[in-house]
Design a protein around this ligand. Structure first.
Ligand code: AMP
Ligand code: MG
Length: 493
């Protein structure tokens, strides 16, 4: 691993140095060989013992300079001016064979100056969960941080009782969050903000640099940056929702400015459809419920825009007007992304001329799923089978809401240019067969706790090809029985 670090060259107030904790018996549970090779890492003949030492922070490779990043956040709507990596450290940055820069981060390797009362450690459960769900997200085609390794530490950590400890290795385009901007904005540190903005543009949005250089206006850089983050985060959240994903903790420290999914805590893919579904046990008000995610992305982006005010114009009013102008598009942009993705799941190519009609059709379908408590993923996948003449509508119970939807849907399908076979194929490309179902993730965790990695490994395997039927692992397709349903997930902090 050749580290080419840049974040640690930023001013000292951006981060703090960290010394990883010592663990008694780090053991490698899983190493992502495919990802390692994509990144140009060559573990080659390294023993699993050595990999376990590297990916738990016991053995620091040359050029590694562990730091914890500073950030703030709105957590459930309340502002916390100093948060930072309390149980994570950046080992360093690497550049892959395509020239793309990535962070390598360890989660759960011990205390940092930002740990407050926490121990800086992670239980094994959240390590297993983030490994499975982030890799599934990637294979489903959604931008996300990736899982490189999962290690058990051999030590217990103290939570409700003693729990086995783990360390998770995460790969990210960067770990800059909306909360990183809030950290400097809250301190009135305009120099810090400017440095962070320039760094973020360099790293994530170099394509806007020419326009910035050719402009004599100070506002160009923060405005173009905001535009980019809006596009990426809106696109991301609409993708989550099209797959029935609920992030669970969309606090501003958990929203990456690169537009990747980050910080998998009490997240879940929904089984039975419910607009208001919440899994996170801490989200008692439903702030981060399935459907509310579209409003929260807008709320979070508004917090980012507020941070940029001093960089846009010295005249506060003028700066606000310019930023508001960008924010005013979010709602319509979201609707457009949402309708396009959901329509594609129905086999329809939606555009401006059909968006209103398509949105109504999507709502009819979702209302039906919710009313009948039908499985989100399986119902979409089954829908393409309805296009076979001989299947008829016997696949779904013929209630009035279903028949109304079916009539509208089939009528709308007549406007499509593709033939039925192509439409079916297109639907099957966006409607997965397999998702990391919560009850299976829980089984993988329970297995790992007693050193049985079979479910963990199988789940990872089946989720490498989520759109493809895999008869030998088909049990992972099935929705949970009522008694198997997991009502709440925990972030495991
Ligand atoms: P999260 O809920 O994972 O987004 O974390 C919110 C904040 O709490 C971040 O600043 C974390 O670094 C911090 N945190 C979470 N768990 C721990 C822990 N076990 N020890 C120290 N800090 C933690
Ligand atoms: Mg976080």
């Amino acid at each position: 691993m050749k580290f080419k670090n840049t974040y640690d060259s930023l001013p000292a107030r951006f981060f703090a140095e960290v010394t990883p904790e010592k663990f008694s018996n780090p053991t490698l549970l899983r190493f992502n060989e495919n990802l390692a090779s994509d990144l140009g890492l060559n573990p080659g003949e390294q023993s699993t013992t050595k990999l376990a030492e590297i990916f738990s922070g016991q053995r620091l490779l040359e050029g590694s300079h562990p730091i914890a990043m500073a950030y703030a956040a709105h957590q459930f709507g309340n502002f916390v001016p100093q948060l930072g990596d309390g149980r994570a450290l950046l080992l360093g940055e690497i550049i892959d064979p395509k020239g793309k820069r990535f962070d390598i981060q360890l989660k759960g390797a011990g205390r940092t100056v930002f740990s407050r009362n926490g121990d800086g450690k992670s239980a094994l459960g959240p390590v297993i969960r983030e490994y499975i769900v982030s890799e599934a997200m990637h294979h489903l085609g959604v931008p996300t941080t990736r899982a490189l390794a999962a290690v058990s530490t051999g030590d217990s950590i103290v939570r409700e009782g003693p729990l086995p400890g783990g360390v998770f290795t995460r790969i990210a385009a960067s770990h800059i969050r909306i909360g990183t901007f809030q950290y400097f904005a809250a301190r009135g540190d305009i120099d810090g903000l400017k440095i962070l903005l320039d760094y973020s543009i360099d790293r994530h949005y170099p394509e806007i640099k020419t326009e910035i250089q050719n402009s004599s206006n100070d506002s160009t850089s923060p405005i173009l940056f905001l535009k980019k983050v809006i596009q990426n985060q809106v696109s991301l959240v609409s993708q989550w929702m099209s797959l029935g994903f609920i992030h669970g903790v969309m606090n501003t420290d958990n929203m990456s400015i690169s537009g990747e999914t980050i910080d998998y805590g009490p997240c879940a893919f929904m089984d039975g459809f419910n607009y208001g579904q919440v899994y996170s046990y801490i989200d008692s008000q439903g702030r981060y419920s399935y459907m509310n995610q579209r409003h929260i992305v807008q709320w979070n982006l508004t917090r980012l825009a507020e941070c940029l005010i001093p960089l846009v114009d010295s005249d506060d009013q003028k700066a606000r007007e310019l930023l508001n102008h960008e924010l005013s598009y979010i709602s319509d942009l979201f609707t457009k992304h949402w309708v396009q993705r959901m329509a594609a799941k129905l086999g329809l190519v939606s555009d401006d001329s059909s968006i209103i009609e398509d949105e109504k059709l999507i709502k009819m379908w979702l209302d039906y799923l919710e009313k009948e408590k039908l499985d989100f993923t399986l119902s979409f996948r089954k829908l393409s089978d309805l296009l076979d003449e001989n299947n008829g509508s016997s696949l779904f119970e013929s209630t009035h809401p279903f028949e109304d939807f079916e009539k509208g849907w089939k009528k709308r399908l007549k406007n499509e240019v593709f033939d039925v076979e192509t439409i079916k194929q297109n639907m099957n490309r966006v409607n997965p067969v397999y998702i990391p179902r919560n009850h299976q993730v829980e089984r993988a965790i329970q297995g790992a706790l007693v050193e049985d990695l079979s479910v963990f490994n199988e789940l990872n395997k089946v989720l490498e090809n989520p759109y493809l039927k895999q008869p030998e692992l088909d049990s992972y397709r099935i929705a949970p029985l009522p008694e198997e349903e997991i009502a709440a997930t925990y972030c495991g902090t």
